[in-house]
Design a protein around this ligand. Structure first.
Ligand code: DAS
Length: 363
């Protein structure tokens, strides 16, 4: 049995070790001339959220703290990059919409075209990070890093994850390793691809995953470590151009479930949807109760994409439906919310279903 006085000495020694370790410089300070120039574009979310108390980790208010305060809360940023901040808008990301996406995409492309910008970090609500990340993956016209970051705890919470997530995102956006990797999402020390990443838990810090295809790498000890990269066309190689667009075609998602009927589908078509993503059960299966309405919609010129609510795997062409005969498109591995984004952008280029199917096998 160790006497308590000894435990006290051990604890204080441990505390001293902790203080020494934690006061270690976050990164080897380099002369300002060699630091990358990283723009931080703030859009809101929990990373900018405030809670009633330090123990409020749900039911807080998102999108309250401005970009300058976010940067000031992490003084270590200036040791790893020359950062500048810009508040593009300030929303909880469940309110994200096409107008915000177009504004953000145009600003990103304008900044990346500047020689004095090496990379961009976008602070964003976690609810729709996966959609914004894929949208930008398809419309950013540069190989320079674009990193989207959020937080699962508000800035006022004990052990808020926002500051370290922002610090890691800035390192990643300023790193050579991230060039040409497509739009990246970086939270919880992990690097995921914008095409595949999805939110898998309503509240935990490790919520952003790429369930089967896997993360791309880690942010560890102030450095980006990549182990894989996407095989799909993205960013600088994209054919999509939103520079002249003020709106995007309407595309809705019909969720598949037992005992469904075509009420929702018919309402979307009546509302003017140019495309429908059917989030089917299993391998994108179509219930008999809905199939005639899908065929009727197609005859009216609405593009139909068969996706799956399952979340992983390939939706195979001519598997659960005769896509060739029905002139439907399949989503490949894109989940419904991502398939919707690609279909929206595809419809800005063509209504040819064969050309759109090629896009789903390319991006
Ligand atoms: N409402 C959430 C959002 O803005 C908060 C968050 O997790 O960022 O996406």
């Amino acid at each position: 049995m160790i006497p308590s006085s000894c435990l006290t000495r051990l604890a204080s020694a441990a505390g001293l070790v902790f203080v020494l370790l934690s006061s270690a410089p976050p990164a080897q300070a380099r002369d300002p001339g060699s630091l990358p120039n990283v723009m931080i574009l703030a859009t809101g979310g929990t990373i900018a959220g405030t809670g009633a108390s330090s123990t409020t980790t749900v039911g807080y208010t998102a999108a309250k703290v401005g970009v300058d305060a976010l940067i000031e809360a992490v003084p270590e940023l200036k040791k790893v990059a020359n950062v500048k901040g810009e508040q593009v808008f300030q929303i909880a990301s469940e309110n994200m919409n096409d107008a915000y996406w177009l504004k953000l995409a145009k600003r990103v492309n304008t900044l990346l075209a500047q020689g004095d910008v090496d990379g961009i970090v976008i602070t964003h609500g976690t609810d729709t990070i996966e959609e914004t990340a894929y949208f930008l993956d398809l419309v950013v016209k540069s190989k320079k890093p674009v990193v989207i970051v959020g937080a699962m705890r508000p800035s006022t919470a004990i052990s808020a994850d926002g500051p370290i997530n922002l610090y890691n995102a800035v390192i990643l956006a300023g790193s050579e390793e991230a060039v040409g990797k497509g739009v990246l999402v970086c939270l919880n020390d992990q690097i995921n691809a914008g095409r595949e990443v999805t939110k898998t838990n309503t509240a935990t810090l490790d919520t952003f995953r790429t369930p089967e295809l896997g993360l791309l790498g880690y942010l560890q000890d102030n450095k980006a470590h990549f182990y894989r990269q996407s095989t799909r066309r993205n960013t600088a190689d994209t054919e999509f151009d939103v520079s002249g667009l003020d709106s995007l075609p309407r595309v809705d998602i019909v969720y598949g479930y037992a005992n469904m009927d075509p009420t929702a589908l018919n309402a979307f078509v009546a509302a003017g949807a140019k495309g429908i993503v059917h989030a089917g059960v299993g391998d994108g299966s179509l219930a008999d109760a809905v199939k005639p309405a899908l065929i009727e919609a197609r005859k009216k010129g609405v593009l139909i994409v068969r996706s799956s609510r399952v979340g992983n795997g390939i939706v195979a062409r001519n598997g659960e439906a005769a896509d060739d005969d029905l002139d439907f498109v399949v989503s490949d591995t894109l989940n419904p919310q991502k398939a919707r984004i690609l279909l929206m952008l595809a419809l800005t280029r063509t209504t040819d279903s064969k050309a759109i199917q090629t896009m789903f096998y390319t991006y």
